[in-house]
Design a protein around this ligand. Structure first.
Ligand code: ADP
Length: 660
């Protein structure tokens, strides 16, 4: 006798839920209807009931204290199932309800009448019902009134539902608006902060819809141009060809890109030159119709201008190199590949088409200079020293060409420099000139040496004679004559050395010896010749070298003599020789006038002397250190000075030691 679940029960339930009425608070409107129903029909109990899946729930109750009961004991489900007015006149006598706990117990239902609550779509959601505890009869008027109240209830519910739907729609709109706002804002942010200038144009007149600040800056405009056709917004650019290009892109739908394009236009009141890499990208509807353009531009003015500056500088350098007839060379330190310019090839005597290795090039350098060139290359690469050497090249069996090679190692990576390059200057003529001068100095010196040696001998004889004749004044003159003659001999010897160096005629006579012995000899010599100063020799360990002993002694004596010359009497001079790594380092330390920093390199040049007050009283020609440097470098060593003016100097030189 129970009505079965209708086919549309699920739909009915979802219709019920769409009203969002279940479990809501009591409302006066609905309570008034229930009240009215009870009053019109003169009933003790009235209900507005909704039939849920497992229960019936009461929005409004009059006469009993229940808010819901389970579905099994529901009367209303019959009203809902029939969708008609459902009347039970005496439940106690009705088999469907006789055992119903609501009949046998509280509220002891006897009479029931329910009017279905039908939605606009025709679903029965529940009922408006009246109940009595005794059998009753209702007049037509009462029945009619009840139906009207049921419709009223439904109207209220429908209204409520519409209100909900309206609210939902409103908040949906707000949500969508927010989302769109966020999306638009995001897009705008991205465009605004893009590392390039960007603008959006719409329509065939390229109306500016939006431009980021970079683009506005490039145009020298502000947001006022938004909404204006391109030509009206930027009359300054009318002369340039890209408004036409933009239109072509718009009409053809084919994107356009231009790199490093030069353009000059009025910017901030003056005609300026810019370089831009720019692109016009057509924007199309899903049907493929162009509706606008994306204009992107990158200001490459600085990059292009610096590239042009470099190109110009390179061109100037090339012109300078050509007009000075300089050769250039380039050594790739990774591959050890040597590239020589045609002029360099010519100097080396190679055919311009030949592949030349570094070894082949060094092979053309006069044998005697190869060590110097190799060690200079090494110092330039390993210690980043400037490369500057002069050497003769035997470009053919008969031709000898002198060059000055300068260069620098550069492009450093974590393993050191990767490139080594520079120039070659033909200095054959200058060397010829030097040679002639040297020849002259050589001849003159040689010619002078013989008479001076004689003068020195005569003076010595004269001195002895005067002493034996007890003529002290004459003896003194003879002694001074000899002294001057000896000074002159030294000077002439120096000049001869210079002449030999200039011609590359200094030959080393190498032998293996112990530096400790050489220092000892210098000590013995100093003890007899130097009385004005305290010369201290530090003990030297066994230090084997392979060198020209006489010339190294000459260097050491020269440094000691300079220390004597340039420091006050009775001051201390310290000589030491220590081994550091593969080198022996000899140093001579004095407490003299010192050398200003700016002269540290120059004092090793030929004829260079420091110019200051203290130097005026000290005689010299500025050739001693030059000769020392030549000798040391020929040995593959180095020479230098550390000094604080007024406090003293340390002159030092190094020599490779024989590895045991
Ligand atoms: P000379 O001593 O004949 O001038 P050198 O070539 O030996 O020539 O020295 C070059 C210059 O170096 C000197 O003129 C002097 O200015 C400076 N010099 C050399 N040795 C010393 C020293 N021990 N203390 C200070 N200055 C020195």
């Amino acid at each position: 006798m129970q009505p079965g679940v209708t086919e549309t029960e699920e739909e009915r339930l979802s219709a019920l839920y769409s009203f969002r009425i279940l479990d809501t608070a009591t409302e006066q409107d609905f309570d008034d209807i229930a009240e009215l129903a009870a009053a019109i029909c003169d009933m003790p109990i009235s209900l507005i009931s909704f039939v849920d899946k497992d229960r019936q729930w009461f929005k409004s109750v009059k006469g009993i204290g229940l808010r819901e009961t389970d579905i099994a004991s529901s009367f209303c489900k019959y009203t809902v199932a029939s969708k008609e007015v459902f009347v039970v006149e005496d439940a106690r006598k009705d088999l469907r309800f006789a055992n119903n706990p609501l009949v046998t117990g509280q509220p002891n239902i006897v009479f029931y009448m329910g009017v279905p609550l039908l939605s606009e779509e025709g679903y029965a959601l529940g009922s408006l019902c009246i109940i009595d505890q005794q059998p009753r009869q209702l007049s037509d008027y009462q029945k009619q009134s009840l139906k009207t109240l049921a419709r009223q209830t439904m109207d209220k519910l429908e209204l409520r539902k519409k209100l909900f739907e309206l609210q939902d729609a409103k908040s949906e709109i707000v949500k969508l608006k927010d989302e769109r706002y966020i999306k638009e804002n995001e897009a705008r942010e991205v465009i605004e902060h893009a590392p390039m200038a960007m603008a959006l144009h719409v329509g065939r007149d390229m109306t500016i819809r939006f431009a980021n600040s970079r683009m506005l800056q490039a145009w020298d405009k502000d947001g006022e141009v938004f909404g204006l056709p391109f030509a009206d917004a930027l009359p300054e650019l009318r002369e340039l060809d890209f408004p036409a290009t933009m239109r072509e892109v718009y009409d053809s739908g084919i994107p356009y890109r231009n790199e490093d394009a030069r353009m000059s236009y009025e910017y901030q009141g003056e005609i300026r030159e810019f370089y831009y890499t720019y692109a016009f990208t057509p924007l199309k509807t899903p049907e493929g119709k162009v509706w606008g353009l994306l204009n992107t531009a990158l200001d490459v003015t600085e990059i292009v201008q610096s590239r042009l500056t470099v190109e110009r500088a390179e061109e100037q350098l090339r012109l300078a190199v050509d007009s000075a007839e300089l050769g250039t060379w380039h050594l790739d330190l990774k591959t050890n590949q040597l590239s020589l310019s045609p002029r360099s090839m010519e100097m080396f005597g190679f055919e311009t088409t030949e592949e030349v290795s570094l070894e082949a090039a060094i092979g053309r350098i006069e044998e005697h200079y190869r060590g110097l060139v190799n060690s200079s290359i090494q110092a330039a690469i390993e210690e980043n020293q400037p490369y500057d050497v002069e050497y003769p090249i035997l470009s053919s069996d008969t031709k000898r060409c002198w060059v000055r090679a300068t260069g620098k190692a550069y492009m450093v990576n974590e393993h050191g420099p990767t490139m080594f390059s520079g120039t070659l200057l033909d200095i054959t003529e200058r060397k010829e000139e030097d040679r002639r001068k040297n020849d002259f100095i050589g001849i003159v010196s040689h010619e002078l040496r013989t008479p001076i040696t004689s003068i020195s001998g005569y003076a010595q004889v004269l001195q002895r004679k005067a002493q034996s004749l007890a003529e002290p004044a004459m003896a003194d003159i003879a002694r001074k004559t000899k002294q001057q003659a000896d000074r002159m001999t030294k000077l002439i010897n120096g000049f001869l050395d210079i002449a030999r160096i200039g011609e590359g005629k200094i030959r080393l006579e190498r032998s293996a010896f112990d530096m400790a012995e050489l220092v000892k000899e210098a000590e013995d010599e100093s003890l007899t010749t130097i009385t004005s100063h305290e010369v201290v020799f530090k003990p030297v360990e066994f230090t084997p070298v392979e060198a020209d002993q006489d010339k190294i002694r000459q260097v050491l004596i020269n440094l000691i003599n300079n220390a004597v010359k340039y420091s006050p009497p009775r001051s201390r001079i310290q000589v030491a020789c220590v081994t550091e790594g593969n080198h022996a380092q000899v140093s001579v330390k004095d407490e003299g006038i010192g050398v200003p920093l700016k002269d540290h390199d120059r004092i090793f040049e030929r004829f260079y002397r420091v110019e200051n007050e203290q130097m005026k009283t000290v005689k010299g020609f500025g050739i001693g250190l030059f000769i020392c440097k030549e000798i040391i470098e020929l040995h593959g060593g180095q020479i230098g000075v550390e000094s604080i003016p007024g406090q003293g100097s340390i002159f030092w030189f190094t020599l490779p030691v024989i590895i045991q």
